[in-house]
Design a protein around this ligand. Structure first.
Ligand SMILES: C[S@@+](CC[C@H](N)C(=O)[O-])C[C@H]1O[C@@H](n2cnc3c(N)ncnc32)[C@H](O)[C@@H]1O
Length: 224
């Protein structure tokens, strides 16, 4: 199955390059338990499930929002929908769905990766980051969709503030998605993995005050 056929079937709300980078990072960090805030119809989860082996997903969606007209509107119909989609592309799928507003989440256990694909208000996003942080490890990844300032400024500001405070380290900025981690050694390993797969040209140095941060830019800048 080609990537184009896969995306036509699973319909993630991401562009192909960002999906490829995200899957590479999940593989490099050996992430096994991934939670997504704002799972929609499961497009990103299904795509990562196809590209990265042996991951268990937790999907959080507030079904009362009814975001997509033709998307499942209950937990039961969501599970049927995603298992059918996974089967259609030849995969098993290990997933739990929570019908919950993310602002009311109570976390248990630990997640290897967290993906933010809802909330626009900077304060709400910061609160959610702070709440989930104790449920992540030194090797956890933080993916953020619509991270560019002209798409979702609140998400952009919240994650930039965390970067300035050194609470989260930027690893990769893609077309409309980015990734952070907590550990400087992990960041180096992840960026090495990106360089090996996508080339050295994406590496840049980001200067903030007196510090210089390595960052991988996975967008068209790579080609310049
Ligand atoms: C962009 S869509 C998700 C797309 C999906 N993650 C993908 O990549 O294919 C954002 C989703 O977040 C959900 N959402 C928005 N605010 C939410 C909240 N406070 N709690 C839980 N889900 C929320 C919406 O209902 C919508 O389904």
């Amino acid at each position: 199955m080609t990537m184009a056929e896969l995306l036509a079937e699973l319909k993630p709300m991401s562009i192909v390059q960002d999906l490829e980078f995200a899957s590479e990072l999940l593989k490099a960090a050996k992430s096994k338990k991934v939670i997504e805030f704002g799972a929609g119809a499961g497009g990103w989860i299904l795509t990562m499930n196809h590209l990265v082996p042996d991951v268990t997903f937790i999907a959080v969606e507030n079904f009362s929002i009814a975001f997509g007209d033709d998307w499942p509107k209950t937990k039961a119909s969501w599970l049927l929908y995603v298992h059918n989609k996974a089967f259609a592309v030849g995969n098993d799928l290990s997933v739990t769905i929570m019908d919950k507003d993310v602002t009311e989440m109570k976390f248990k256990g630990e997640y290897d990766a967290v993906r933010f694909d809802c909330l626009t208000n900077m304060k709400d996003i910061t609160k959610l980051i702070d709440k989930v942080m104790p449920h992540t490890s030194e090797t956890s990844l933080f993916f953020v969709d619509d991270i560019s300032p002209n798409t979702c400024p609140g998400r952009f500001m919240a994650f930039m503030e965390k970067s300035l405070k050194n609470e989260l380290l930027p690893v990769w900025f893609g077309h409309k998605e980015g990734a952070w981690c907590k550990n400087i050694n992990l960041r180096a390993e992840l960026q090495k993995a990106l360089c090996q797969r996508f080339g050295e040209k994406g590496m840049r140095w980001l200067e903030i005050n007196d510090s210089v941060y390595p960052i991988y830019l996975g967008n068209d800048w790579n080609k310049r």
